[in-house]
Design a protein around this ligand. Structure first.
Ligand code: SF4
Length: 264
């Protein structure tokens, strides 16, 4: 794996005897409301190269875990909810983990969804090399939910364990694509809530042309029990969720930068 470029993720996955790609799925949520417009059929995929200190899904990190599913199996399960999805203006969202770890599977799934007129959303950290399969995923994606953790190289490494550079390249690639771009950014006291940090993040986002929504997500401790269940030490044990004053401060920085930020 080329850690600096993010290349090595989005490499070929498995295939079924039928020749279609197979994915490793942690779980599906049939009526999600947080991962894009309308009601979403949310597919949580296994595997993540990041180690975000605030991660609330550490049980998705392992690439080889989860349920093996073919694209058609996912579509079969989704079909039972199609009426609700269509009536609400919803669709399918692939998340994780980092869904681009299984980019061949997501590319094939989204190709099929496009043919079935199902809206496609990708919830990603953006930590992926721009391989052919990653480019295919983006070509088949209507909406990219890009989770920007930090925009300063050293602090990004400290918070997530990986470089920001591949993510910046990915963000600019998506920015040039026809996909809609929504940003999600977690407000973590001691990491992303300094005024200078907020301004740097807002400046980076302002340099992208196609950002149509920014959601600020106050850090919470809901994932802590999962770390402990996995026998892992929770790294933010001394960090409390941000107070209302700090959340408002962040909101105003993004608003002042002219970004389409929603009030958290
Ligand atoms: S990218 Fe998401 S799944 Fe991966 S470590 Fe970060 S928060 Fe967890």
């Amino acid at each position: 794996m080329d850690e600096e470029s993010g290349a090595g993720y989005g490499t070929p996955g498995g295939h079924a005897a039928s020749g279609t790609a197979v994915g490793r799925v942690h779980s599906v949520e049939t009526m999600g409301t947080l991962e894009g417009p309308g009601l979403r059929f949310v597919v949580f995929l296994q595997g993540c190269p990041l180690r975000c200190r605030f991660c609330h899904n550490p049980d998705t990190w392992e690439r080889q875990a989860g349920r093996v599913m073919e694209v058609e199996e996912v579509l079969d399960e989704l079909s039972g909810y199609r009426t609700f999805i269509d009536a609400s203006g919803g669709g399918i969202t692939c998340t994780g983990g980092e869904p681009l770890v299984q980019s061949e599977f997501v590319a094939e799934l989204f190709d099929r969804c496009r043919k079935l007129n199902i809206h496609t959303a990708l919830d990603t950290s953006g930590y992926a090399g721009l391989s052919d399969s990653v480019r295919r995923v983006i070509a088949g994606t209507d909406l990219v939910l890009l989770d920007i953790k930090h925009t300063t190289e050293d602090a990004h490494r400290e918070l997530t364990g990986v470089s920001f550079e591949p993510i910046e390249r990915f963000a600019r690639f998506v920015d040039e694509s026809p996909a809609l771009l929504w940003i999600r950014h977690v407000l973590v006291p001691g990491f992303t809530l300094h005024l200078d940090t907020l301004r740097a993040t807002a400046a980076f986002l302002s340099s992208l042309r196609s950002v149509s929504r920014v959601d600020l997500l106050p850090y919470h401790e809901l994932g802590r029990h999962k770390w402990e269940a996995l026998g892992l030490r929770y790294p933010l044990v001394h960090v409390a969720p941000p107070n209302r004053r700090d959340v408002n401060k962040a909101y105003n920085v993004f608003l002042d930068a002219g970004l389409p930020v929603t009030r958290p």
